[in-house]
Design a protein around this ligand. Structure first.
Ligand code: MN
Length: 236
């Protein structure tokens, strides 16, 4: 299997800085194994930017390891950095990390509300589960899904990298030629519906064009958050 990877990140139209981070920062084509990751940092005094950068660099820098081990390494690194600097105390980040293997295996490790999606035969499926307060209320039957978008605590996360001994979700699937995988921060999914994301992905053949079209869609919808995307095409 071969993978064509394009990533893009944008500050948006409202925020002063970009607290998202992405890997790789250069587009590439490879047979794998290759790591692709999106992180969305949070914390005052630029701590969010530091948290997402540390998470990505420590996860990617691990010489070998599963997606799960890489996300756990990121958590340990962010915790250690926060413990060593009082101005960074309490910083955190989401991390959605994928490892693409030569045999088509896709491993994902995930904490937070960034997302991974699979586009297969023009159908978009969300692979990850958001670790948000609102999603837990829905799962418990205490909130109707249609009320989630307007819930005052819709951005509140129940799991983040850098908040102690976090439980990491992991999943494993096999990819097929012509599959397309999207990793993204909530700057995209908070403003652009899944239907519209699917339409952009199915109508834009080149991964780099698709990545930037998604960023443009988020900015056209207000761009009130940083937006980061990684588009990975599976080629035989
Ligand atoms: Mn965000």
């Amino acid at each position: 299997m071969n993978y064509t990877i394009a990533t893009a990140t944008h500050v948006g139209r409202v925020r002063a800085g970009n607290e998202d981070a992405v890997f790789p920062t250069q587009d590439e084509s490879t047979a794998g194994p290759v790591v692709v990751a999106v992180a969305d940092g949070m914390g005052g005094h630029a701590a969010g930017e530091v948290a997402s950068a540390i998470a990505i660099s420590s996860a990617v820098g691990l010489e070998a390891g599963s997606a799960l081990e890489r996300v756990e390494a990121a958590n340990a690194a962010v915790l250690a950095a926060a413990a060593g600097d009082v101005s960074k105390a309490g910083m955190g980040t989401t991390l959605t990390l994928a490892v693409f293997w030569p045999d088509g295996r896709l491993e994902i490790g995930h904490v937070g509300d960034s997302r991974a999606y699979l586009l297969r035969n023009d159908r978009l499926t969300q692979l990850t589960i958001d670790h948000t307060f609102v999603r837990e209320l829905i799962a418990q039957g205490r909130l109707a899904p249609e009320d989630a978008e307007s819930h005052p605590r819709r951005h509140m996360l129940t799991r983040t990298i850098g908040m102690g001994n976090v439980r990491v979700d992991s999943l494993d699937i096999y990819l097929q030629p012509a599959d397309r995988v999207l990793l993204c921060s909530d700057g995209l999914t908070g403003l652009v519906s899944d239907i519209r994301i699917a339409r952009i992905l199915t109508s834009t053949p080149a991964p780099a064009d698709a990545a930037w079209s998604l960023i443009e869609a988020a900015n056209a919808a207000g761009g009130h958050d940083n937006t980061t995307v990684a588009v990975v095409d599976v080629v035989e």
